[in-house]
Design a binder for this molecule. Structure first.
Ligand SMILES: Nc1ncnc2c1ncn2[C@@H]1O[C@H](COP(=O)(O)OP(=O)(O)OP(=O)(O)O)[C@@H](O)[C@H]1O
Ligand SMILES: [Mg+2]
Length: 324
């Protein structure tokens, strides 16, 4: 349904006075396809390019190179009704609801806006349907429709964000860290709500998260990003049972508790993610990799398939893979 081929995004960043500009490659030749009704989790540490990829897929920022297709049509060729359909079909839910909810608008009005402007309902129909949408996300419209976003808790705001996204009757939601700012108990409620909505509406999700526990709970398929590239992807069950890239192994070791509703002490990967302004040669993960050999410093490993749909980009994936 939504497809990206060799997507690359460069940003020009200022290095400082007299030092000019440099090019930062936030996403480097990433290809992905998301099918109707599936949940793809995009995981990776901070700065790996997850949000940048999500924003390109939403059409919010243009790609530097590569192709984007929606239902077989190039993004650039979407016009008029097709462009409107794309904007309704593909919705975003962000961690920070202040990006999607106008602070000066009451909750009811925020949910009504897409009903009035995208779906062209009458004012009365929009009021009725926005109340139904609030109910569906677990908010009593009598209590909440007249409130402003700042009068809600984080979990309630995220529910409003979902109601607003659903108002356009989307087929695909790109959710960027939708539960990361929430308390563990609220996090579980919102994840459950998102799963229920998906089952009812046959929605597809691209679920961006740095939390492997969340990915494990919600995803059919997982893509692991490191410094702008995908290093491993596959069926969620396969990837978590047989991680085949040292980076995925490190991430799974850092997140040993599969239940995202339980708090856990933070544990980190060795060292920091290198600067994308000067990515390491060869395999980008080699400076942090316990398996690294000479070849890893010079040759970027290609993606290899280990079981149907399960790919990893590591010269030593055979050694890394957990045995069956
Ligand atoms: N507008 C921009 N201009 C310059 N650099 C940017 C811009 N947006 C993102 N970047 C850089 O691109 C890289 C990827 O950023 P991105 O926000 O996609 O990471 P992320 O994986 O979503 O991280 P996080 O988990 O912290 O949200 C980072 O190094 C970031 O500093
Ligand atoms: Mg991000």
């Amino acid at each position: 349904m939504l497809q990206g081929t060799n997507l690359t995004k460069d940003f020009s960043v200022r290095l400082g006075l007299f030092r000019g500009n440099a090019t930062l490659r936030a996403v480097d030749h990433v290809s992905l396809a998301i099918q109707p009704g599936e949940t793809v989790a995009l995981v990776g540490e901070s700065g790996s390019g997850k949000s940048t990829l999500g924003r390109m897929l939403l059409g919010l920022i243009p790609q530097t190179s590569g192709a984007l297709n929606y239902c077989g049509r190039d993004f650039a060729s979407l016009q008029g009704d097709q462009a409107r359909k794309f904007r309704a079909d593909v919705q975003a839910v962000f961690q920070d609801t202040s990006a999607s909810l106008n602070p000066r608008r009451r909750v009811g009005e925020s949910v009504q806006a897409p009903l009035l402007f995208n779906r062209r309902l009458s004012a009365q129909q929009a009021r009725i349907e926005s109340a139904q949408l609030l109910e569906r996300v677990g908010l009593d419209p009598k209590t909440f429709a007249a409130r402003f976003p700042h009068q809600l808790s984080g979990g309630q705001r995220q529910r409003v964000g979902l109601a607003r996204a659903l108002a356009s009757q989307p087929r695909f939601i790109i959710a960027d860290e939708p539960v990361s700012a929430l308390d563990v108990s609220v996090r579980a409620q919102i994840l459950k709500l998102m799963q229920d909505l998906q089952a009812q509406e046959k929605l597809a999700y691209l679920f961006i998260t740095h939390d492997l526990g969340v990915a494990r709970l919600i995803a059919n398929r997982v893509m692991v990003m490191y410094l702008g590239t995908v290093v491993e992807e596959g069926n969620a069950a396969d990837v978590f049972a047989h991680p085949s890239h040292p980076y995925t192994v490190a991430l799974t070791l850092a997140a040993p508790i599969p239940d995202p509703t339980r708090a856990r002490p933070p544990r980190h990967l060795m060292g920091d993610i290198p600067s994308p302004l000067a990515p390491p040669s060869g395999c980008r993960f080699h400076p942090r990799c316990p398996f690294a050999q000479a070849i890893c410093k010079t040759d970027a490993p290609p993606m290899r398939e280990f079981e149907p749909g399960h790919l990893s980009a590591c010269h030593f994936a055979d050694q890394v893979r957990a045995p069956k």
